[in-house]
Design a protein around this ligand. Structure first.
Ligand SMILES: [Fe+2]
Length: 344
């Protein structure tokens, strides 16, 4: 067994391996043993106010690629996703190897890494579809892990999340990137991306039928208001229910041609207040509670222009966290102040 050493944050180097859990004051685990420290992890530890952590003394040889910051690796995967979309636009079949390479990389991302920063990065509208696909894939994978699904299921769910909108490669660009609401006729064409996506995935012999069905049904809604089949409740596959929630979360959190992004606290609040029964409320609750963990310790800008740190979020009232500003604590539930944005 390699020996361990308590290391100050200033002496922490990329490539070191965490030997002892790092926990928040509220008992949430931020870093688990075996996790490799990279530049993002050091930034996160600083943000969390951690002064030192226990790492293994022995140097572990790592490939350069593994040491590249996760955000750079993620950006690169968005480019690869764009390539897969373009290839389908040209009439080619779904490139399974390309998809597998991306998913294999995604499933390596650990629960304790800074997923929020990856998800929250806002891309230009023309890259939205690709970044959104990757975000939904990553987020689906996390949800599978949170639900303690077997590894094989997590992988299938990741495929489904990642490919959910692949049928958009067959939708004309003038509809896909229209600056403004779609007409009824255009919306009916847009809805076909579910069926196109199903055909593309189904014709790819290496991908499970379960993934194809999730792609087909990701816009179905619990109360039967979705499309293309108008399924209800238990008729909708679990993968599709999960993707439906994540799709909604990521769409609200992103800048679109016709709408700017909402801050995550607002998005979580909107999801929680979902009262029309279109989303599975127990899955919504799980996702909201898990996401809240990623916002603790974040720096946020308030509507008075001051910058503070998120200290506590009540899952029942995600819109009103407790914020520490210059040594004082503000309970936003009892204040006129609001969060303007999260600082990444
Ligand atoms: Fe979709």
């Amino acid at each position: 067994m390699p020996s361990t050493v308590l290391t100050k944050l200033d002496n922490l180097k990329t490539g070191m391996v965490v030997a002892k859990e790092v926990e928040s004051n509220y008992g949430a685990t931020f870093f688990t043993p075996g996790m490799i420290i990279d530049a993002e992890a050091i930034k996160r530890l600083k943000r969390l106010g951690v002064k030192s952590i226990v790492v293994y003394q022995e140097d572990i040889e790592l490939k350069q690629e593994q040491l590249a910051p996760i955000s750079e690796r993620y950006e690169y995967k968005i480019d690869e996703m764009e390539g897969i979309f373009h290839s389908i636009e040209k009439g080619h079949k779904l490139d399974f190897q390309g998809v597998k390479d991306i998913v294999d990389e995604l499933v390596k991302i650990e629960e304790n890494e800074d997923i929020y920063t990856l998800l929250a990065k806002i891309y230009s509208a023309d890259r939205y579809t690709y970044a959104h696909s990757l975000n939904v894939g990553l987020f689906s994978m996390m949800t599978g892990k949170w639900l303690k699904m077997p590894e094989k299921e997590v992988k299938l769910l990741t495929y489904a999340g990642f490919l959910h909108d692949i049928g958009k490669a067959r939708i004309p660009n003038k509809i896909l990137n229209k600056a403004g609401p779609l007409s009824n006729k255009e919306f009916n064409i847009m809805k076909r991306h579910t069926v196109y996506g199903y055909d593309l995935v189904k014709n790819c012999l290496f991908i499970s039928e379960k993934v194809a069905r999730a792609v087909l049904t990701h816009h179905e809604r619990n109360n039967g208001t979705g499309y293309p089949l108008g399924l209800k409740g238990d008729q909708i596959p679990l993968y599709a229910k999960i993707i439906g929630i994540i799709d909604t979360y990521d769409a609200m959190s992103s800048d679109r041609i016709y709408q700017s992004h909402k801050v995550p606290f607002e998005v979580l609040d909107t999801l929680r207040k979902e009262r029309d029964g279109s989303l599975d409320i127990s899955l919504v609750n799980l996702i909201v509670e898990k996401l809240i963990y990623y916002f603790s310790g974040r720096k946020v800008e308030l509507t008075n222009g001051k910058v503070g740190e998120v200290i506590f979020i009540n899952p029942e009232k995600p819109l009103y966290p407790i914020i520490k500003v210059e040594g004082s604590f503000y309970d936003l539930y009892r204040s006129d102040l609001k969060i303007k944005d999260v600082i990444i």
